[in-house]
Design a protein around this ligand. Structure first.
Ligand code: C2G
Length: 133
């Protein structure tokens, strides 16, 4: 069984997230999502609208996702890859190169981001009373 791992906040779920999760899952047979805790989001200078618990329930309902565990620090990736017997690490290419240190432990793949959508854009557009054009 080929196991894939990916990380993220996954707040205000949108098609960019789904495209990433679908492509990541299609690279193997099992997808583990390591979901940023509310405390870790603060370290990333992000404030999620949904709590960790709600973001976890939402992710677990997605057909491409097999398991969700918490992300507490920048430094847990090597342990996560080893402990979960991971074959492939996947992130959107806004992170290109940032996680190449994992190549010692698994395949590292950066997938093209989905253009025109982001959680930040959703928040900004809503404040302006706009919809996604
Ligand atoms: N993504 C994407 N296209 C978008 C928006 C996001 O492909 N339009 C991808 C990102 O590249 C990332 C995943 O969706 O791989 C989750 O995005 P975020 O929730 O913004 O994750 P981020 O805050 O980048 O967390 O340790 C790593 C961090 O936890 C990554």
């Amino acid at each position: 069984m080929k196991k894939v791992i990916t990380y993220g906040t996954y707040d205000l779920l949108h098609v960019g997230h789904i495209n990433l999760l679908r492509r990541a899952r299609e690279l193997g047979d099992y997808l583990l999502v390591v979901l940023s805790s509310d405390e870790f989001n603060a370290i990333k200078h992000k404030t999620a609208y949904h709590s960790y618990e709600d973001r976890k329930i939402i992710l677990e309902s997605i057909r491409y996702v097999d398991k969700v565990i918490p992300e507490y620090t920048w430094d847990q990736k090597i342990k996560d890859v080893i402990d979960n017997d991971i074959d492939i690490f996947v992130m959107g290419d806004d992170w290109k190169g940032q996680f190449d240190f994992l190549k010692e432990y698994c395949e590292v793949i950066y997938l093209p981001r989905t253009k025109g959508i982001s959680t930040t854009k959703i928040k900004e557009d809503l404040q302006l009373g706009m919809k996604n054009e």
